[in-house]
Design a protein around this ligand. Sequence first.
Ligand SMILES: [Zn+2]
Length: 331
Amino acid sequence: MVKLNKDIIYSWFKSYYIDIINILNINKLKIFNFIFKYSCKLNINILILSLIKWILCRRKIKYLSCKVCLNCILFRNKNYFNYYYISNNINIDFIKKIYNKLLININDIKIIYFDNFKFNNYYVNNFLLKILEENNGKFIFIFSCSDNINIPNTLLSRLFSLKIKFPTEKIIFKWLYNKFNFNDVKNKNIILSCIRLSNNSPINSLVWIKKNILIKKNIVNLILNLNKLNIDNIIKNINNDNLEINLYILITLFLDYIKYKYRVIKYLYNLDLYYFFKNSFKNIDNIYNIFLVLDKIIFCLSVIKNINNINRNILLYDLINFLLINLNIKK
Ligand SMILES: [Zn+2]
């Protein structure tokens, strides 16, 4: 087994880390300008900082940095003077200042990492083009950005591009499973549901897992008791900071119900609510009503997201009445 430093804590980065180091070794560190693109929240900084540590280390052995050489110590203590981290929107004067300052030192490797890079103007672009073009190995430039950010081709063509993909459901499952000790969360279907509801983003799944149980319990309780509860109280309960999440869960619930009806169970988002589907919505004899309900909730969610100052109470009042009629629930 390949030995790695313990700071590569996320299993989904291991193969990237090894591949990138292999590429650097084959090219004798002669790739100087990188761009890492990611499509979901992955904490990519952990991968990039581990690679920077490895690049800087003066006594690296295979994939390991030594942790005791001067560069390792300086980097760990955030004192490595030839490394700069620039986050989000970048300012042209600031980059020029850093670049000119680093140019003075001709010996050690210099690294500038543009995290969460966004293309903001042509002055920045032209300056970056110039310094990337001039780079003959004295600098290592690293960019990271989300997949959907538009970066001019002129800039991209000067960068070695790496796309960091979603980890598989199996990998995230294993990671989440090992993170929790208590039985409630160890439930396989709860973990899988959180991964699916987060669209396979490990970090978001982790956030989800903490609130998933409570939010779903409330929503299931609401649907099961729609006929008994006072509408004003329902609105009061769901019209909070979590309203968008509540509506999102409602959408996935009804989508799942359709899958359940058509026996495509393996694609359920809410695997943890299998028994709920089995026992609920008994009054609905026509799946057509579920489509209507879905349409209504999606519409509500889009109104809430896109129209400012909308009266949420009226919208929710209308939605709940619509649910009562179309789910054939008698008050
Ligand atoms: Zn070292």
